[in-house]
Write a protein that binds this ligand. Structure first.
Ligand code: DAT
Ligand code: MG
Length: 148
């Protein structure tokens, strides 16, 4: 079992898409293990996106992610990191495959609705940053119908 950090970004919250986005991860079979509605501080945003500090879009990215509340979550499942990224679609919605969150709900790279960890180290770092390291698991009755 793997865990991944997923964030519903301010544009999706403002557009009333929280339920629609959670539905897609939930119905796929990923298991929700943590969730918070967060007013993101600049300090937290800068830590979260530290890897992009030198990129030309960094300032705009920090403005965007601190511009309104977000929903921060941790989801668990087999290959959860890649599964969640596939459900999200490519970074730029114009390149994302139909059926993905970013293609179905978005138009531009700077308003791409959702964040997901891109690897095991990133997932550990992001889960620790947003939730700490002590998230308990739970038994879901449907698990045996989703995970073999
Ligand atoms: P992802 O969110 O798919 O992991 P990333 O980590 O490369 O993509 O970039 C983080 C976010 O930064 C991305 O969701 C949107 C923004 N971004 C990335 N590349 C960009 C670009 N060339 N122009 C504007 N914003 C960009
Ligand atoms: Mg990324």
């Amino acid at each position: 079992m793997e865990r991944t950090f997923i964030m519903i970004k301010p544009d999706a919250v403002q557009r009333g898409l929280i339920g629609e986005i959670i539905r897609r991860f939930e119905q796929r079979g990923l298991k929700l293990v943590a969730m918070r509605f967060v007013h993101v501080s600049r300090a937290l945003a800068e830590k979260h996106y530290a890897v992009h500090k030198e990129r030309p879009f960094y300032a705009g990215l920090i403005e965007y992610i601190t511009s309104g509340p977000v929903v921060a979550m941790v989801w668990e499942g087999t290959n959860a990191i890649q599964a969640a990224r596939n459900t999200m679609g490519a970074t730029n919605p114009v390149d994302a495959a139909p059926g993905t969150i970013r293609a179905d709900l978005g138009m531009e790279i700077g308003r791409n609705l959702v964040h997901g960890s891109d690897g095991p180290e990133t997932a550990d770092f992001e889960i620790g940053l947003w939730f700490g390291d002590d998230i308990p698991g739970w038994e879901r009755d449907a698990d045996r119908w989703i995970f073999e």
